[in-house]
Design a protein around this ligand. Structure first.
Ligand SMILES: Nc1ncnc2c1ncn2[C@@H]1O[C@H](COP(=O)(O)OP(=O)(O)OP(=O)(O)O)[C@@H](O)[C@H]1O
Length: 329
């Protein structure tokens, strides 16, 4: 799956322009779980909706299985499963019956329904009414519905949204299992620890742009993004000195996390020169969260907006009322 130069501009009801996706080049390697990360409003859902033909791009190219979409979407749609919004299931029917309703018209055998229920761990609650399902069970059923077609690519937009820690763990284990079974999973998520545990590779976006992409191990192992933890008697004074020296400093309890320090001894020297002596200093192995926070530090909530130079030739979408979630305008 890939996009090149992808762009989407919305116009809100108030007439404001929102550049939701801006010149986005995204490559999702086949096989395994690929994380799609970005702060609120960075364009993840919009990108996914464009890939699935649910929103129209203003510019750029998209390919699924090498086929140009949306033009060739009908040819590849059977190979793609997606959970983007909460699907409409019948509340008075059981989970199993809801899946059967979807499967029969497509000629999908009941053994596939059994398999999908088992894959998502709903096989013991399959005869319970959907209306009585918890949020986590609803998410599982939504994923099971996409598995009926045995997709090669599964796109999940925030699948653990609103779940409790146990629910998050269960869905995470399920996604990991799907990735191991050979399905390519594109997982959009805010929960970085979850992504780090389950994803082989990630793409991080901010304000509709690609900020970083690659194997998780490469991103977190990148020295330029390392953090040094510094313990000093007067963290406030030390913060001022280090910020003046050009470091980005985060106060965390009794210590400082200093980013971008290639040589920790420079920190020691900068503080000692001003009469502050380091009690302890240790490099912190980067995790995905620190990489993410550094990359997205300058990202503003809600994407770029307002009249932008070069936008005037865009075919803009008007607000089509398909905006999901809270009012961000
Ligand atoms: N239908 C719409 N009309 C106007 N603006 C929209 C519409 N849909 C999305 N936007 C805006 O486009 C930008 C990108 O939104 P999008 O939902 O794609 O981000 P996201 O990364 O999925 O965010 P989140 O993680 O919060 O779900 C935001 O500024 C959002 O307010």
């Amino acid at each position: 799956m890939e996009t090149a130069g992808l762009r989407k501009v919305y116009r809100t009801r108030a007439g404001r322009r929102v550049v939701a996706v801006d010149d986005l080049d995204l490559v999702v390697p086949a096989g395994g779980v690929h994380g799609f990360l970005g702060p609120n409003g960075s364009g993840k859902t919009t990108t996914i909706r464009m890939l699935l033909g649910l929103a129209r791009a203003n510019r750029g190219e998209m390919r699924l299985f090498g086929e140009t979409v949306p033009a060739r979407l009908p040819a590849v749609m059977d190979r793609v499963g997606a959970v983007v919004e909460e699907p409409k299931f019948v509340p008075t029917f059981s989970g199993r019956k809801n899946l059967q309703l979807l499967a029969r018209p497509l000629g999908i055998p009941s053994t596939a329904v059994d398999a999908a229920l088992e894959q998502v761990g709903l096989d013991t609650r399959d005869r319970d009414r959907y209306g009585g399902y918890s949020l986590g069970m609803r998410q599982r059923l939504a994923i099971a519905a996409t598995l009926l077609k045995q997709p090669e690519l599964l796109i999940l937009d925030e699948p653990t949204n609103g779940l409790d820690p146990a629910g998050i763990r269960d869905i995470r284990d399920m996604i990991r299992g799907l990735g191991e079974s050979g399905v390519t999973v594109l997982l959009s998520s805010h929960i970085l620890a979850e992504v780090q545990q389950v994803c082989h590779s990630v793409s991080i976006i901010g304000n509709g742009h690609l900020l970083a992409s690659g194997p998780v191990a490469d991103l977190v192992g990148d020295n330029t993004l390392s953090v040094v933890r510094v313990y000093v008697a007067d963290p406030d004074a030390a913060t001022g000195i280090l910020e003046a020296a050009g470091y980005h400093v985060a106060r965390a309890g009794d210590h400082l996390d200093v980013e971008g320090a290639q040589h920790p001894e420079d920190i020691t020297r900068a503080l000692a020169d001003r009469g502050h002596y380091v009690r302890a200093l240790m490099p912190v192995r980067g995790d995905l969260e620190s990489v993410f926070l550094q990359l997205t530090r300058d990202v503003t909530l809600g994407g770029a907006s307002g009249p932008l130079p070069g936008d005037l030739d865009d075919t803009e979408d008007t607000d089509d009322g398909d905006h999901h979630g809270e009012d961000r305008r």
